[in-house]
Design a protein. Structure first.
Length: 239
């Protein structure tokens, strides 16, 4: 029995929009929900519900759906190639059998060799086409991200022009960027500190600016206090 595609599981066409896919998923989820089934049908409904969820997890995501479409197309092309190869091989066997009195070994070998060359060529062609399609998807997604970023920036500027204050939610990416910036600044400072001319300038700037000196002393005291507390906590665990 031929394995169903994810589109067939959700009972939609392969050209269905995201709205239709979402609607089909909700309809099937309600239809096969185990809590709404009779006791005898619950196990079958749970199996079907699992397949429906897995199908929607892929088709409900634009990137995953694009990759699945590529894999599905490649699979079908491979199956078609195998059918053609099998057909050509059968034809080659028949030709070799019919021409066995003329030169059977040479005829058979030529047919098999030609079939293998054609099959390898088609595999390479499909591989190259898939690579191009993946690059196209990446470029399309990047363009969409750039458009969304420009739209958001323009919208925020418009809101600021009306007097609104824009606040962004702190994300993991912001935390990562902050630590990277701190690390880069620290490395640059260490490099400048180790160079005699810049070392002397930093020391002179620090000593001749009371505000900067006070600020740096506070930062150093906080950092030293944090490391001292961590050290005391670690040594306390092993004492």
């Amino acid at each position: 029995m031929k394995e169903k595609t994810l589109y067939e599981i959700l009972e939609v066409s392969e050209s269905a929009s995201s709205e239709i896919i979402e609607k089909a998923y909700k309809t099937l989820a309600k239809k096969y929900h185990p809590d709404l089934q009779e006791e005898a049908n619950k196990k079958q409904a749970e199996t079907m519900m699992k397949k429906i969820n897995e199908a929607y997890e892929v088709l409900g995501n634009e990137e995953k759906r694009s990759r699945y479409d590529l894999e599905l197309e490649e699979k079908r092309n491979q199956e078609e190639l195998q059918k053609q190869s099998a057909s050509q091989n059968n034809q080659g066997y028949n030709n070799a059998y019919n021409m066995q009195y003329q030169n059977p070994n040479t005829t058979y070998q030529n047919n098999v060799t030609n079939n293998n060359v054609n099959y390898d060529y088609e595999k390479e062609r499909l591989k190259y086409e898939r690579k191009l399609q993946e690059e196209e998807i990446k470029q399309r997604m990047k363009m969409q991200e750039d458009l969304n970023r420009e739209y958001n920036n323009a919208y925020e500027n418009y809101l600021r022009s009306l007097g609104y204050r824009i606040k962004h939610r702190w994300t993991k990416e912001n935390t990562r960027d902050l630590f990277i910036t701190i690390g880069v600044v620290f490395v640059v400072f260490i490099i400048l500190w180790c160079i005699p001319p810049t070392h002397d300038w930093i020391v002179s700037f620090y000593e001749n600016n009371p505000i900067i000196k006070t600020f740096v002393d506070i930062i150093i005291a906080i950092v030293v206090g944090i490391f001292k507390g961590i050290w005391e906590f670690i040594t306390g665990l092993f004492s």
